[in-house]
Ligand binder design. Sequence first.
Ligand SMILES: Cc1cc2nc3c(=O)[nH]c(=O)nc-3n(C[C@H](O)[C@H](O)[C@H](O)COP(=O)(O)OP(=O)(O)OC[C@H]3O[C@@H](n4cnc5c(N)ncnc54)[C@H](O)[C@@H]3O)c2cc1C
Length: 425
Amino acid sequence: MVSDLPSEVDLAIVGAGVAGLAAAKTARARGLSVAVLEAQTRTGGRAFTDALNAGDGKAPLPWDRGCHWLHQARENPFTEIADSLGFRYRKSDCTTRIWLGNRWADNTELAERWAAAERAEAAVAAAARSGHDVAMAEVMPDLGRWDGIHRQFLRAMTGEDPAATSAVDDHRYKETDDNWPVEAGFGALIAAWAAELPVATATPVRRLDRTGADLRLETDRGILQARTAILTPSTNVLLSGDLRVDPALPGDLLDTLDGVPLGAANKVALAFDRDVFGLDHALVAHQPDAPRGCNFQIRPFGRDMAVAYTGGPLARELEQTDPAEMTAFAVDQLVAMFGSDVRRHLVSSATTAWGRDPWIRGSYTVCRPGRADARERLLQPVEDRIWLAGEACSLSAFGTVRGAYASGTEAARQAAASLSRANGA
Ligand SMILES: Cc1cc2nc3c(=O)[nH]c(=O)nc-3n(C[C@H](O)[C@H](O)[C@H](O)COP(=O)(O)OP(=O)(O)OC[C@H]3O[C@@H](n4cnc5c(N)ncnc54)[C@H](O)[C@@H]3O)c2cc1C
């Protein structure tokens, strides 16, 4: 943690998630004086590898509370960063299983399920290509027995129900088949990459005054003057008004933020004292009651653990309950699939409630139907001295670390260019 805040900098960066950290690296490399102000006591934001108690005498198990997969891994800058820092990741596919209530789907049924997903994607793509910015659910065909599970999958991916997700925006996301998990945790990788950056943690910015020639940022640890600023808090945090901007951000920008709010996605991590699954590195979906089902990662990297994943309305509902109820919900589904050993050999659990974190307020952005122009609008600076950055501001990798990184890097480049114009360079 930085002990004293500087009184004056070229660039103030609000938030030390991936976007803020990438902006800081870029700006420092261009010779700007920079202050990174982070509300929480740690850096990383939605990137955070935690340790799960594995029981007596065993090393704790790393698990990612937020980001876990290197999405678009072949083009993801963090793949190269992982290589350079000696972090290992897994390239090969996971085994996939779907529970049908009394047995696992066989290979023919799995092929049917993937074919159903392709039909749904094709319908959304056709609507998007014709510029028809409606809800995904409006154009998805009925997928018969696979309808529930496909919608469950979409809710996990977007954090929202397909009835409230823009088809055009969803189609812009660049989907690739290279999603690779990081063995020691993606959050740990990001923390190692950013370790050398000076960040003022436990320093929430309460007010940004943009009336003067310099910007004035009021924090719990004093006041900072800055010539330019990059704001990386999530859209829901900016909409909450907890960071007051005076005069307020332009009305159309506030309305735009509301077009890409955060959805809900949460995890339950479970540790066991032995292998209760007989599977390694598998992705398992619980089908029978799909709208209330979870997806599970089973024994990632051969560890005696499982991580349940919920998204959309169910994740929102569960995060309002308590950790015990969330854990019971996940364990009941595992018991239905793998038997009562799961309950008997459970050692510990941990849950997330991202929507209840006041500095995050959700999982990742999801575009409302009819608002597919929103992300583009977020890219326009305010008075050529304030930029928004973060996963919300990515057009094809929103909701990901990769998108946050690119957005933070670009905002810092623009801030540097604006400062050098102002200096007459
Ligand atoms: C459950 C879950 C699973 C995910 N899985 C993946 C995945 O597998 N792969 C992937 O690529 N992505 C994944 N993501 C998304 C990814 O984590 C995010 O897209 C990315 O981390 C967002 O970075 P950011 O910098 O835009 O925002 P954030 O991480 O939200 O950073 C913003 C920072 O601003 C701080 N802040 C807020 N208000 C203030 C204030 N007033 N003053 C100072 N600081 C403030 C916050 O504390 C936070 O640290 C997942 C997210 C979740 C929640």
